[in-house]
Design a protein around this ligand. Structure first.
Ligand code: MN3
Length: 203
């Protein structure tokens, strides 16, 4: 049974950057629905016991009629777990260590990374995600996916940070202003958590 990530902060803790109503709607409605649907589909497909990563990286193995629904709902489940998990009111600063060294090597600086990922997120037409991910050799890259697709669909397992640019992630507070939401997002990314995840995927 797949479960939503348990938030280690209150729904209003990311104010004013991400407002409580958006958090409540996003986590308790959107994410809860993807999770419920995914669990039902996994049971229907006879895949109980497999990890979400395993399922989503092998969509071709699924019966045709379940492929789209599992891509959408499984991605919605996993992508939001990754998104919510890396946020906290302690966000903002990048700790020294392996991830910081790699960011400086691959993007020139911490602000260089944020600029490139912002640009990618702004360039994602319609609903989707921007991602920071690590290759097997530890190097970092930025990519985007549409709808609830994930780099994991292509076997890219080293995802570190997910930036949700669906309008439901920002419309209640920021209306059509995606750039304002993205600028605010950087204030609530907990880089200690991202650094920990980087160490995990590299070990
Ligand atoms: Mn979302």
């Amino acid at each position: 049974m797949f479960k939503q990530v348990v938030l280690d902060y209150a729904l209003d803790a990311l104010e004013p950057h991400v407002d409580a109503l958006t958090m409540d709607t996003h986590y308790n409605k959107h994410h809860a629905t993807y999770t419920k649907n995914f669990n039902e589909l996994v049971e229907k497909a006879g895949l109980t016991g497999k990890s979400a990563e395993e399922i989503l990286s092998n969509l071709d193995a699924l019966p045709q009629e379940l492929r789209g629904p599992i891509r959408n709902n499984g991605g919605g489940y996993l992508n939001h777990n990754m998104y919510f998990k890396m946020l906290s009111p302690e966000g903002g600063a990048l700790p020294a260590g392996a991830l910081a060294d790699r960011i400086n090597a691959d993007f020139g600086s911490f602000s260089g990374l944020k600029e490139q990922m912002t640009k990618a997120a702004m360039g994602q037409f319609g609903s989707g995600w921007a991602w920071l991910a690590a290759k097997k050799d530890g190097s970092l890259y930025i990519t985007t996916t549409s709808n609830q697709e994930t780099p994991i669909n292509n076997g890219e397992m080293g995802v570190l940070l997910a930036l949700d640019v669906w309008e439901h992630a920002y419309y209640l507070k920021y209306k059509n202003l995606r750039p304002d939401y993205i600028a605010a997002f950087w204030n609530v990314v907990d880089w200690n958590k991202v650094a920990k995840r980087y160490d995990e995927v590299n070990s």
